[in-house]
Design a protein around this ligand. Structure first.
Ligand code: 5AD
Ligand code: SF4
Length: 468
C-alpha cells in the first residue's frame, strides 16, 4: 500500500513556519510522505496564526474551500493546529464540521497520534492549557523544539531557542496562546547547530518571541543571549547567524557587542518599534520610550558596521491621536528603516487592548495614517536600497526566482533579496555563496550581476521536503 501523503499550509510568522517543519518531521517519522499537491493529499494540515484578525478570516476561508474536497474523499483527513486552534478550540469544529483533528501549540507532536485516533473513532479536539512538563510530551523525554525538522530550504535552518513570552504587550495574544518563556539549554542549542552544520547547513536563524531575554529563566544573573550568539557563531561551518525578534527594552550592550564582534552574525537587526509615541508605548506596556529606542538603535549602528534595520509598527492602537501618530512618523524617519512591517491594530479577544473599545480609532483615520506611514518608510527604504548600487555583496543563493527560472535569487547578509542573471545561464546551486555586484534597486529587492561563485554547498544536506 502506498504511504499516506500530507500537505501543510502555514499561516503567520517564522515561529509557525518552523513549527510546520517540526510537524512535518513528526509526520514523516510516522510513515507519511510529504506532497505539494493539496488536492490529492491524504492529510491536509493547517498551521494557524491568530495574531491579527485578518489571519483568522483568511484561514477560515481556506478551510471552507476544502469542504467539498473532503466530502468527495472519505479517506482524507483535515487537521488544524497552531495558535488560532489553541485559541478557538472547539469553535473550529463548530464553524467547520469537516475538520477531523484540532490540536494547539503545546501538543504539536501529538498530531500523528491524533490523526490515527480520528481515523479509528471520529473527530478529536485536543487543546492543552499549558505545555506538558518542559514540552516533553509523548517524545520519550525529547523537547518538542528539538525534534528533527523537515526543512524547506536546505543549507538554512531555524532553531527555536525559547518558547513563549513573559511580556504583556497590551495588544498581543501570543503569551495567552504560547504561554510563558521557556529557554532551551545553551549546550543543547549549540549541539543542535553543530549537528545542522555537520549536515551542510551554513545559515541559522535563532527564533524566539523575545530572543534577547533568552536564558532569563535559566540564570538570574544575566541574560545569556550574547553568549549564545558568540557560541553559535563559533560553530564550524556556520557562516551566517540571524535572529528574530529582539525586544528593544532588552537590547543590551552585550548583545550589540556580540553582534559586532562575531563575524558570522549578520548585519541586520529587526527591532520592533510598534509606536513612536511615549503615551502609546506606555499604554502598550512596551517598557521603553521613543528616545530610549532611538538611543539603543544609535548604539547598534555605531558598533555594527553597515547595519540594516527593520521593524514592526502598529497603526491605530486604541487612543492613538494625530499627535501620537506624528511622533511615530518622526521616529520612523529618524530610524531610517530598510523596511518595516506595518500593521493595523486588530483587537484580539482577551487582550487588554481589546477591552479599550471606547478608545478605538476610526477605520478611515487608520487607513489614512497607514498610507502616510507607508510613504515615510518607503522613502528611507528606497534611499537605503539605492545606496547599495555599485557595491559587491556576498549572496547566499536560494534558488531560481519564482517568476522567472532563468533568474537566481539569494540574500545578502543584510537580508536583502537579490535577483541576478548568471552570464552563462547556469544558476549556482542553492546554498552556494556568490559575489554579486548590485546594479539596481527596487522597493523590495535588489538586482545584480554575478561576479563569482565563491563556494558551493556540501552535498550532505538531504533533498528538502515541501512542508507548506
Ligand atoms: N494588532 C496588530 N498588530 C499586531 N501585532 C501583534 N499583535 C497585533 C495586533 N493585535 C504585530 C506586532 C508584532 C507583529 C509580529 O505583529 O507589530 O511585532
Ligand atoms: Fe507579544 Fe510583546 Fe511578547 Fe512580542 S514581546 S510576543 S509583542 S507580548
Amino acid at each position: 500500500m502506498a504511504p499516506r501523503t500530507f500537505y501543510i499550509r502555514t499561516f503567520g510568522c517564522q515561529m509557525n513556519e518552523h513549527d510546520s517543519e517540526r510537524l512535518a518531521g513528526s509526520l514523516v517519522a510516522d510513515g507519511l510522505v510529504a506532497t505539494d499537491d493539496m488536492e490529492t493529499a491524504d492529510v491536509v494540515v493547517f498551521n494557524t496564526c491568530c495574531i491579527r484578525e485578518n489571519a483568522d478570516n483568511k484561514f477560515y476561508g481556506h478551510l471552507g474551500n476544502l469542504k467539498t474536497l473532503r466530502e468527495s474523499r472519505p479517506d482524507m483527513q483535515i487537521a488544524v493546529g497552531g495558535c488560532l486552534a489553541q485559541m478557538d478550540g472547539e469553535e473550529i469544529r463548530r464553524r467547520a464540521g469537516h475538520v477531523d483533528v484540532v490540536f494547539g501549540t503545546h501538543n504539536l507532536t501529538r498530531a500523528p497520534a491524533l490523526l490515527r485516533q480520528a481515523a479509528a473513532a471520529g473527530p478529536v479536539v485536543e487543546i492543552l492549557d499549558e505545555a506538558l512538563p518542559d514540552e516533553q510530551a509523548a517524545n520519550g523525554g525529547q523537547l518538542v523544539a528539538a525534534l528533527a525538522a523537515e526543512r524547506d530550504v536546505p543549507y538554512s535552518a531555524w532553531v527555536n531557542i525559547q518558547m513563549g513570552c513573559d511580556n504583556s504587550c497590551a495588544y498581543c495574544i501570543v503569551p495567552a496562546v504560547r504561554g510563558g518563556e521557556v529557554s532551551r539549554p545553551m549546550d543543547e542549542l549549540v549541539a543542535e547547530v553543530g549537528s545542522l552544520a555537520g549536515r551542510g547547513v551554513t545559515e541559522v536563524t535563532l527564533l524566539g518571541q523575545n530572543v534577547n531575554s533568552y536564558g532569563r529563566d535559566i540564570t538570574r544573573r544575566r541574560p545569556l543571549f550574547a553568549d549564545l550568539l558568540r557560541q553559535v557563531g563559533a560553530v564550524e561551518g556556520i557562516r551566517r547567524v540571524r535572529f528574530t525578534s529582539p525586544h528593544p527594552k532588552d537590547l543590551r550592550p552585550e548583545t550589540i557587542a556580540a553582534m559586532a564582534e562575531t563575524e558570522a552574525v549578520c548585519n541586520h537587526l529587526h527591532l520592533p518599534l510598534q509606536s513612536g509615541s511615549d503615551a502609546v508605548l506606555s499604554a502598550m506596556r512596551r517598557g521603553y520610550s521613543a528616545e530610549r529606542y532611538l538611543e539603543r538603535l544609535a548604539a547598534a549602528r555605531a558598533a555594527i558596521d553597515d547595519l540594516a534595520v527593520t521593524t514592526d509598527i502598529i497603526v491605530g492602537f486604541p487612543g492613538e491621536t494625530d499627535e501620537d501618530f506624528e511622533q511615530t512618523l518622526a521616529v520612523a524617519a529618524e530610524a531610517a528603516y530598510d523596511s518595516a512591517y506595518t500593521f493595523i491594530f486588530s483587537p484580539r479577544p482577551g487582550t487588554r487592548a481589546a477591552a479599550m473599545e471606547d478608545r478605538f480609532v476610526d477605520a478611515e483615520v487608520i487607513a489614512e495614517r497607514f498610507e502616510r506611514l507607508r510613504v515615510v518608510v518607503e522613502r528611507t527604504a528606497d534611499h537605503r536600497h539605492r545606496a547599495r548600487i555599485g557595491r559587491v555583496e556576498e549572496v547566499m543563493v536560494e534558488g531560481p526566482s519564482k517568476r522567472d527560472p532563468a533568474v537566481a535569487t539569494g540574500r545578502t547578509s543584510q537580508n536583502k533579496l537579490v535577483h541576478f542573471v548568471p552570464p552563462d545561464g547556469r544558476l549556482p546551486a542553492p546554498g552556494s555563496y556568490a559575489d554579486v555586484e548590485v546594479t539596481g534597486a527596487a522597493r523590495h529587492h535588489l538586482t545584480g550581476r554575478l561576479l563569482a561563485v565563491t563556494s558551493r554547498p556540501s552535498h550532505r544536506v538531504r533533498i528538502p521536503v515541501t512542508a507548506r
